[in-house]
Design a protein around this ligand. Structure first.
Ligand SMILES: [Zn+2]
Length: 185
């Protein structure tokens, strides 16, 4: 869990490291098993969604911001992970539809999150979607905030325990469905 700047040169088949400079070692993660567990969890996911030689700036930014929050703050780790999941999905092409009901286009009264159609659904459409989950107003606002807010601000909000639970369920299912893989914490 160390962020550094590496100077590489290309050999025939591999890259060789010329020099490396440490930028951030996230020391607090090393001395707290709980923090380490969550950091390892997000690292596994990041490894799966990035490929060599591709510009992954936004993913790196999210990764570093998340490690920073885990390391330096006492923010609820389950909430951190939920936010991370939703934001990551938005970056890699699975941004949930949060503007209108994904089925009928209605712009108000969303009550469900649909995994089938990737986003909010109104009460009547949501009821017909067997896999959709009913979510509260706060959870809906939180999802909207996570998707839309500035990269540096995604972790700066608090919600009720009930909404935390909802966000955890929605984000976990969404990630599992989209990446077609289950990650254990
Ligand atoms: Zn609808």
């Amino acid at each position: 869990m160390c962020f550094g700047e590496y100077l590489l040169y290309k050999g025939n088949n591999t890259y060789n490291i010329n020099s490396c400079e440490t930028i951030e070692i996230f020391y607090d993660i090393r001395i707290d098993l709980d923090k380490l567990k969550y950091a390892v969890y997000i690292t596994k996911i990041i490894n799966d969604v990035t490929t060599e030689n591709q510009n992954s700036y936004k993913i790196l930014q999210l990764f570093l911001n998340t490690l920073y929050v885990i390391s330096k703050t006492e923010k609820d780790l389950d909430l951190v992970i939920s936010i991370f999941r939703i934001r990551l999905m938005s970056i890699i092409g699975f941004r949930p539809n949060i503007d209108k009901c994904v089925n009928c286009g209605e712009k108000d009264g969303f009550e469900y999150f649909s995994f089938l159609d990737n986003g909010f659904k109104c009460a009547s459409c949501g009821k017909l979607d067997k896999g959709a989950i009913k979510i509260s107003e706060t959870t809906k606002d939180a999802i909207r905030y996570i998707v839309l807010s500035d990269a540096k601000k995604i972790y700066s909000f608090e919600i009720s325990e009930e909404s935390k639970r909802e966000l955890e369920i929605v984000s976990k299912l969404y990630l599992t469905e989209k990446l077609e893989k289950e990650y254990k914490l």
